[in-house]
Design a protein around this ligand. Structure first.
Ligand SMILES: [Zn+2]
Ligand SMILES: [Zn+2]
Length: 685
């Protein structure tokens, strides 16, 4: 029997091998993990199909071993992999091995048959018979829901469409998720549930909730920060159907789950669901929607601020929107106040109004969050005489001034290079250099001077390194060990702090100047998210909870919507604008990016890429329906001494883009010489 085996190699989908078992049925073989030889090395592969035709080469290599300890995957998972490979223009193997644990790639693990294995070890787990385990009934108590949550649960259970669970912060989305999960377990005793979160840091909170709600549940966490052994255990148990609930980050979407019955994508608007680097650049949210629809199972996309794509899908009735409008505690939003920047904002980092409000909060024994999404001391250092700024030697980007204890250093946020601050301007040799703008390090010092009695915590990726440090500091906040928290984006991601009564957002103007068409949407989402940290509980009743947004001018309608927490009208306006300018989600984008160490070689490469795309089969009229924009710069144009450039493809008809890209993905020269990468539905262009 000749079989097609998918291996973790680029561009080639499958290689043919001979399998020594004449009478096996195709269904018994397809989806089996196998050990084969590739370039005289043993490697793991997956039998993707049985070949009916005559082999392309004589003397095919034989499959060395069928790995019966690894769970055979089913045909629906193979279809999902096949779709992903076609959609993102990658090989089957590249998709299959995206979440396959490295620990299980070692052929030795499957060859040492005589070895005695220790009970409870990973090898013992690996050798467990596949279908030995009896599914235990998941035990739980009925959820107590308020009328709105009860109604939402009913609507979700009775709908066959993907669900957008649009619930304001504090409306109890998690309670609704739990009640749906319970309903699924009630209907199906073997059901598996995949619960996706955008950030690893959000898992401990949810893990605690799940363990409390389902005391006897076989539950697993799957993400990139766990040890190889742990990840392998979870992968194995999930693929065998033994784990009933898996909490994971984006790559968990690729887990083989034989009894999958529900997918939850929490905070679906979060850009972390998109893999933006490396070989396979995928959107876990979009793949989850596809996977659920083919399996005909339920999918819930939850958010207080749904993405424009999801919102449009619900408007077009492709998704069913279920609303949760009430905060579970019954209290309204914290009042959102627009505060004009004053001289004090520049000198002290905050306006007088914000300062006096913080004083009030401190007196009441509550906490304040100050949100500034910019790390470091100052984003740029410029020469007062000629106006040039300090840049990185290896990248075409400004270096950022940092202060670590009492050491000053210039850091490049793209390549990580560190240099001492310059004493002279590199262009005119003037010594008249100044830092411009303010980052979290600088703000924390100023706040320290304004409130010398307060305990201050800075929460950004420079101050808090690693998952444990973040968890420890989040605990400190919850235990009320700090009074003022100064933080970046890290703070906005769904963390629940009950004692925070005031949120102050500074330097909003800078984000609104960002030319990316997605930036107003992203900004609005993160402001609503961070505003939701204020007054989660009792402080609202005392009328203390407030959100202050500092900026220089509030003329745009952006702020009218923001002041009223009016997400619907804001996103409607965004969609109107996008439709008028023919931007996603009203059209489809794909980018091809090239990189090279020589700028002139890159330019030639981009030119020949343009020619290649424009000369696509002239007899095929598809070119009439696609816009080929380029060559265009990528910001920053140079990273680590490599210049970058791109071509943006645009079409109303997605299949046309794919046709063009399929043709391109066979062109090895671009891939080898220019490290070409394709990004479908890019989130940054
Ligand atoms: Zn100068
Ligand atoms: Zn750099």
């Amino acid at each position: 029997m000749i079989v097609d085996v998918a291996l973790d190699i680029p561009q080639i989908d499958c290689l043919q091998y001979e399998l020594d078992c004449q009478r096996a049925l195709n269904e018994d073989v397809i989806g089996q993990w196998v050990l084969v030889e590739l370039r005289s090395k043993l490697t793991i592969g997956l039998i993707f199909r049985v070949c009916e035709s005559i082999p392309k080469v004589k003397n095919l290599k034989k499959i060395i071993k069928i790995l019966s300890n690894l769970p055979k995957v089913n045909s629906s998972w193979l279809r999902f992999i096949n779709f992903t490979a076609i959609y993102y223009h990658k090989s089957l193997g590249q998709v299959i091995f995206t979440c396959y644990p490295n620990y299980l790639r070692d052929p030795k693990r499957f060859l040492a048959t005589q070895k005695i294995v220790k009970a409870g070890s990973f090898d013992a787990l690996l050798r467990e018979p596949q279908h030995d385990k009896q599914q235990t009934k998941v035990l739980f108590k009925e959820s107590t829901l308020n009328p709105e949550q009860k109604k939402a649960t009913g609507l979700i259970m009775s709908s066959s469409k993907p669900i957008l669970l649009h619930g304001v912060t504090g409306s109890g989305k998690t309670r609704v998720y739990l009640s749906i999960i319970k309903s699924i377990f009630q209907i199906n005793q073997t059901a598996q549930i995949l619960f996706l979160v955008p950030e690893i840091s959000l898992t401990p909170q949810l893990e605690e909730i799940f363990r409390k709600e389902f005391p006897n549940l076989d539950f697993g966490v799957f993400n990139s920060s766990q040890t190889q052994v742990n990840r392998s255990k979870v992968w194995l148990k999930a693929a065998r159907g033994h784990l009933r609930l898996i909490l994971g980050t984006r790559m968990a979407i690729f887990l083989p789950l034989p009894n999958l019955e529900l997918i939850v994508v929490d905070e679906e608007h979060d850009s972390s669901y998109k893999q933006v680097e490396g070989g396979l650049r995928y959107s876990a949210r979009d793949l989850a929607i596809w996977r659920a629809s083919k399996l005909n199972i339920k999918i819930i996309l939850g958010s207080a601020t749904p993405s424009s794509e999801t919102f449009l899908n619900s408007k077009r009735n492709k998704f069913k929107r279920v609303l949760l409008k009430k905060q579970a505690s019954g209290s309204p939003h914290a009042e959102l106040v627009l505060v004009k920047k004053t001289n004090s904002s520049y000198v002290n980092g905050l306006s007088e109004k914000s300062v006096s409000q913080i004083k009030k909060i401190l007196k009441a024994g509550k906490q304040t969050i100050i949100f500034l999404n910019r790390k470091g001391w100052a984003p740029v250092m410029i020469c007062k005489d000629c106006g040039s700024s300090a840049t990185c030697k290896f990248c075409s980007a400004n270096t950022v001034l940092h202060k670590n204890k009492n050491n000053w250093v210039m850091k490049c946020h793209f390549c990580g290079d560190k240099t001492p601050p310059p004493s002279k301007c590199t262009d005119c040799l003037s010594e008249n250099l100044v830092s411009v703008g303010i980052g979290t390090e600088n703000l924390a010092e100023r706040i320290g001077r304004l409130f010398p009695e307060a305990k201050i915590l800075r929460l950004d990726r420079e101050a808090i390194r690693g998952r444990k440090a973040l968890q420890d500091n989040l605990k400190k906040i919850r235990a009320r060990e700090v009074d003022i928290i100064i933080g970046t984006q890290m703070l906005t991601k769904g963390h629940d702090f009950s004692e925070v009564s005031l949120v102050v957002v500074v330097e909003v103007d800078a984000y609104l100047r960002n030319p990316d068409f997605r930036s107003p949407e992203k900004l609005f989402q993160s402001l609503i998210q961070v505003a939701g940290r204020a007054g989660r509980r009792e402080s609202l009743e005392k009328n203390l909870a407030k959100v202050f947004v500092e900026a220089t001018n509030f003329d745009s309608s952006f702020f009218d919507h923001l002041r009223n927490y009016d997400y619907d009208n804001f996103i409607e306006a965004v969609l109107k604008e996008r439709s008028k300018s023919s931007l996603p989600p009203f059209t489809n984008f794909a980018t091809i990016r090239l990189a090279h160490k020589s700028n002139s070689t890159l330019s030639l490469g981009l030119e020949s890429l343009m020619t290649f795309l424009k000369n696509y089969d002239k007899s095929d009229p598809i070119l009439e329906d696609v816009l080929i924009n380029g060559p265009l710069p990528v910001y920053p144009e140079k990273i680590s001494n490599r210049y970058r450039g791109q071509v943006i493809l645009e079409s109303n008809v997605r299949s046309i883009l794919h046709k063009l890209l399929k043709n391109f993905s066979k062109e090895e020269t671009f891939i080898k010489k220019f490290n070409a990468s394709i990004d479908i539905d890019p989130i940054e262009i």
